[in-house]
Every structure is written in C-alpha cells, then in structure tokens.
Design a protein around this ligand. Structure first.
Ligand code: GLU
Length: 293
C-alpha cells in the first residue's frame, strides 16, 4: 500500500466550531493511526465566503490542540492556474452554460440528491443563440456508466446515479470561482492524498469526485465519512446555522475537554487523559484498534 497521506480541508468562512473540530480530529487520528502524513489545506476557493483571518484562527486552534500538520499549508485561492490546466484536460466533457439559478429552478426537472434542482441540460448541445456562457459544467455519463459505486470505510457500500441523482454539474461558477468539486479533486490528487476522512454531509459529492478522478486519470483515494453533529433543530452544525467557535484559551483542561468531546462524538470510549499529549497517545491507540490500522 502507498504511504498514507490524509488531509484536513476547512473552508475559512469562520473559526472552527465543534462540528469542524470533529473533522480535524477524525482525519488527524486516522493519519496518526496509519503512521501517515496529515496535510492542511485551506479551501478558500469561494472567495465570497472567506472571512478575513479565519484561516489564521484555524491554524492557531489546531496548534493549541497539539495537531501539527505536515509540510506547507496550501490555500486554494493560490492554485487557480493549476485548476485551469487540469480543466483543459477535460475538453470534450465540459461545456459553457448560460442558465441562471432561477432558470434552472424554474425548469422543474426534479431535485438532485443534494436538494438542488437537477440541471435540465439546456446548454448541453451548445449555447442557445444570443446567450453567453456564465458557468462551466461537466457532462455526466448516461445509462450504466452513470452509476458510481464505492465502499466507504464508515458508511459501507454506496451507490449514486450521476445522471438521475446529480445531473451535469458545475466546475466553474458564474461568479468566476472554481467549484468545490473541481478544486478538491485536483488538490487531493496533486497532494497525493490516499485517504479522505470527512463528514457524511459531503458523501453526496463523492461519486462526482470519483468520476472526475477517472476522467483526469487520477488514483481514487479511500473514503471515510463520519456522522456529523447536528443542532437541536436537527440541522448540521455550521457557521450558517450559528455554531459557536471552539475557544480553549491556555487551559490544558479546556483543551483536553474539547478533544474528548470530539472523540466521544466519533464513538471512541472515554479517554481519561490529563494532557493534550496523553489524549493523542490514547486516542490514536484506540482509533488504530477500532479501524484496523
Ligand atoms: N472544505 C470543506 C468543508 O469545510 C471540506 C471538503 C472536504 O473535506 O472534501 O466543509
């Protein structure tokens, strides 16, 4: 097997909250349990959502909690040329799309698995006359080729039909930013990521990413999607639903408590650690036993 390379890829739309800390802890433990590397990538590709200095707050909290990343931190906003080059290799599978969100919503073609309206394929055969391309889309395969299957280490066997459950998806957005799907696939491949560990809220994206990997000739990483934390209303914790930033200050006890809460959510048995270092040592042993690392 290749040497393990994992990553944590937060979007800097705010400081880490309890939900994003769980993603950091799960990906870190999996990397440590495999004696692998843990990379840190700031996913600031959507510049409209970037909050100034959220990235430094994230780096600071990770360092406070004893989570040391390997190598240099990468910012997606600095990698646009790379996405452009890789996009060019998809020629024949992509097209410019003139449709606005409103037009797509009004087309009533059904709802994709992620809750967004399914794209009707209006611009698939070329831009309608008089219209200008606003976004760039990837044509999804049809028939049996549209079915993508993979085995998730946490969620088990998965299947998604890209044609009926997703539709032709956006690689470059109307605002001019590369879409998450494009940037994440290129970066995971370029950084040699062997294992993606992230929340189950992103599992809907995985079939799209696997399809893109196959078109670009990239190796498919292994996937683990852990359950995500919800608030009392059952909504995923996020900055949009008002999740509080994790703050631990200088108190060792507060740091250990924040880590213990994340570990408990990931179903690890009680870790009676009194220091951050001891927490990581105990948690890594338990994670390795649990996930057969
Ligand atoms: N940037 C994404 C987020 O913060 C994570 C992407 C991923 O792990 O693939 O939700």
């Amino acid at each position: 097997m290749n040497a393990y390379i994992g990553r944590f890829a937060p979007s800097p739309s705010g400081a880490l909250h309890a939900g994003s800390l769980i993603a950091a802890v799960a990906s870190y433990l999996d990397a440590k349990a495999h004696h692998g590397q843990w990379l840190l990538r700031i996913e600031d590709v959507d510049e409209t959502r970037t909050v100034p200095s959220a990235d430094s707050a994230i780096l600071h909290l990770l360092a406070q909690l004893g989570m040391q990343w390997d190598g240099e931190v990468v910012w997606q906003s600095q990698r646009k040329a790379l996405y452009e080059t890789e996009y060019a290799r998809l020629a024949g599978h992509t097209y410019a799309c003139a449709c606005s969100r409103r037009e797509i919503a009004d087309s009533n073609t059904g709802i994709a698995q992620d809750g967004a309206p399914l794209y009707a394929g209006t611009c698939r055969a070329g831009l309608p006359s008089g219209r200008v391309g606003r976004s760039l889309r990837l044509r999804v395969p049809e028939g049996a080729a549209a079915i993508i299957q993979f085995t998730d280490r946490w969620q088990g066997s998965q299947q998604q039909n890209l044609q009926t459950q997703v539709g032709d998806f956006v690689l470059k957005r109307v605002e001019g930013f590369w879409a998450y799907q494009m940037a994440v696939v290129v970066d995971d491949a370029m950084q040699g990521v062997t294992d993606v560990v992230r929340g189950v809220d992103l599992i809907d994206s995985t079939a799209r990413q696997i399809y893109l990997q196959s078109l670009l000739g990239y190796r498919q990483p292994r996937y683990m999607h852990f359950p995500v934390l919800a608030n009392e209303a059952g909504e995923k914790l996020s900055k949009q639903t008002g999740a509080q930033a994790v703050a631990v200050g200088e108190s060792e006890q507060a740091k250990v408590r924040a880590l213990q809460q994340a570990a408990a959510f990931l179903s690890l048995d009680c870790l009676a650690a009194t220091s951050v270092a001891q927490f990581w040592q105990m948690a890594t042993v338990q994670w390795a036993a649990r996930w057969g690392c």
